[in-house]
Ligand binder design. Structure first.
Ligand code: PTJ
Length: 254
């Protein structure tokens, strides 16, 4: 008998947890990554565990921004490699983005395990481990400062899903456009990114792939208009209002 029966009311959420735990057992996820998932889950609960209107708008803006990019790069950490390796590779192919492994709790063994997983899922090249092309991004003291000259360092648009607090600002200061997935609309990363998708990455990633496919038929002027019309601060506020409305509704039911 499976430990998580399909009929369990929280089966979906528990199965996502299993992916993280398996990712930890297989050397992809940092211990702290398990805690990060817990923090995300709490916000997901408050958001109603669905992709809201504001998240859909952010996904559309992110797709347009990625299609406009000259050198888009997707930064991959342990949680992402465990949660959605197939989709992250699919997205990179759809928008012609490079993949770069970049860890906060860095170690060589985990880097290699993540690269192996991405390659098993169809990635041709994964940057982030070459000593000859590595360089430092200023304004960060963590291991995340070590980046590839041909990857994050050269990028004009960087996707940093499930990010800790210190890199987005440094990337912005380096003139890059930053897109993130973060269930916490109040986090420093959410507040500093150009486009924050406030949704569970396991739901939003497929929507971003679909939207990128759809928008790839549009011309640059249309894509630029979508980006220009997007206001991240306003979008984050809408997410906070979504949480507030959910809580108000639940307070009435209780
Ligand atoms: O693999 P490493 O070494 O690079 O480490 C990665 C983690 C995630 C451990 C590291 O970046 C970290 O400590 O992140 P934080 O500071 O815990 O922030 C992670 C953010 O992602 C939090 O705001 C969470 O709410 C959010 N989050 C967690 N799970 C999800 C999520 N957002 C979207 N989808 C999720 N599944």
């Amino acid at each position: 008998m499976p430990l998580i029966p399909k009929s369990h009311p929280r089966a979906k959420s528990l199965l996502i947890r299993e992916k993280l735990v398996n990712g930890f057992d297989n050397g992809l996820v940092a211990k702290e990554g398990l805690l990060a998932q817990g923090r995300g889950e709490a916000f997901d609960y408050l958001l109603g565990e669905k992709t809201g209107k504001a998240a859909k708008q952010a996904i559309k803006a992110a797709a347009a921004q990625l299609l406009l990019a000259e050198i888009p790069v997707i930064s991959v950490n342990g949680n992402i490699a465990a949660l959605c390796p197939k989709q992250i590779v699919r997205l990179s192919k759809q928008i012609k983005a490079k993949l770069e492994v970049n860890l906060f709790y860095t170690n060589k063994k985990r880097q290699q395990a993540i690269i192996r997983t991405l390659k098993k899922n169809g990635a041709r090249e994964v940057l982030g481990t070459s000593l000859t092309s590595s360089t430092k991004l200023s304004g960060i003291d963590s291991a995340r400062r070590i980046v590839d000259k041909n990857g994050i360092f050269a990028a004009d648009v960087v996707v940093v899903p499930l990010e800790d607090g210190d890199r987005t600002l440094a990337l912005r200061k380096a003139g890059k456009t930053v897109i993130t997935f973060d269930l916490n609309p109040l986090s420093r990363t959410s507040q500093t990114a150009n486009i924050t998708i406030v949704d569970n990455v396991t739901r939003a990633i497929d929507l971003l792939i679909d939207e990128s496919k759809k928008l790839s038929k549009k011309n640059r002027k249309t894509l630029q208009k979508i980006v220009n019309n997007f206001d991240n601060k306003k979008n984050l506020t809408e997410n906070v209002i979504q949480i507030k409305n959910n809580l108000t509704r639940r307070a009435r039911i209780a």
